[in-house]
Design a protein around this ligand. Structure first.
Ligand SMILES: [Fe+2]
Ligand SMILES: [Fe+2]
Length: 324
């Protein structure tokens, strides 16, 4: 892919409504491509139902205890964060339906995406409850608290910011699911999360291709959106109970941290779109591109400092474990 120098015209700034209309054809093309490559899969086939048993309470079964599951402590934390993030789907649906609309190709995408996302929460919850990987009462209370808060996008003021955000966020979610599977300690969990991560990847490709088209038709505004979103990026689950603490543990454990965010999420999308190589921008687009470049260099340096702290902490833990 090459990105030609931008042909600048004297057209007025793009409004959200004009952009949504201008991108409708791209959405239709990308939707059709998505429908061709997205293969049907059955969440119930990934859940080891034979490991399940009644809980205490109404059915008088066995109470939950920590050692009933082989899932690692890090895996538990990550699975809860990932599930609560998926659980807030009604709020995400509301945000994108309000932004992109419910008609035409945009509407078909919004509903299809929602249906695909819906199976992620279903499958992870079925897995967690069947295998007793997490405390079901705590999980339910956390879900109630988190969903009752709702989710409000940082980017609801701008459709370009919304598209840019989801392009990065879908990849962030993919990487988070994939790494959670790797660290879960249960090959069945890894298999399920790999399947979910594959869905997230296809979502990322859809939005990334849309962002590519936006960079071509409204380069200055799209560059501003990319810069703002990358600089202010927050994971969608940031409002859940105990998020900061969980995020710190996931960072040290290697599920999701600054290095992963920079190397495996931001850079692949930016490189694919050749964002830093786009030339011929107007003053606003140029300023945004410069800010983005400076931010990325700073983030890489911060990530390197994190790498050192992580290595030192893991070495101390390993030494303490050896002594014990
Ligand atoms: Fe998902
Ligand atoms: Fe997704």
């Amino acid at each position: 892919m090459t990105i030609a120098p931008v042909q600048r015209t004297a057209s007025p700034a793009w409004t959200d409504a004009r952009l949504i209309m201008a991108l409708e054809e791209v959405v239709e093309t990308e939707l059709n491509r998505h429908l061709k490559v997205a293969k049907e899969w059955m969440p119930h086939e990934f859940v080891p139902w034979s490991q399940g048993q009644d809980f205490d309470g109404v059915l008088g079964g066995v109470a939950w205890e920590k050692d009933q599951s082989k899932v690692t402590p890090l895996g538990r934390i990550a699975l809860v964060v990932n599930l609560l993030t998926e659980d807030n789907l009604p709020s995400y649906h509301h945000e994108i339906a309000t932004m992109f609309g419910r008609e035409g190709a945009w509407g078909t995408w919004v509903h299809r995406w929602t249906a695909e996302e819906g199976r992620h929460g279903i499958a992870i919850r079925d897995y967690l409850l069947t295998t007793r990987a997490v405390d079901p009462t705590e999980l339910e209370r956390a879900r109630m608290t988190h969903m009752a808060e709702g989710f409000e996008s940082d980017n609801s003021h701008s459709m370009l910011h919304s598209v840019a955000y989801v392009a990065f966020q879908e990849l962030a979610t993919r990487i988070s699911h994939r790494n959670t599977g790797h660290f879960s300690g249960d090959p069945l969990c890894d298999q399920l999360l790999a399947k979910i991560a594959n869905d997230e990847n296809l979502h990322m490709v859809f939005y990334r291709n849309l962002l590519k088209a936006a960079l071509e038709i409204a380069p200055d505004q799209a560059m501003r959106a990319v810069a703002d979103v990358v600089i202010d990026f927050r994971m969608p689950g940031h409002g859940m109970p105990g998020f900061e603490r969980s995020a710190a543990q996931l960072a040290i454990g290697g599920v999701y941290n600054l290095r992963i965010h920079h190397d495996d999420v931001l850079q692949p999308v930016l490189r694919h779109l050749k964002v830093m190589e786009i030339r011929g921008l107007g003053p606003e687009g140029q300023r945004a591109q410069d800010e983005l470049g400076m931010f990325l260099a700073g983030l890489d340096a911060q990530a390197s400092k994190f790498d050192e702290r992580q290595a030192a902490l893991l070495a101390r833990r390993a030494a303490a474990a050896a002594r014990a």
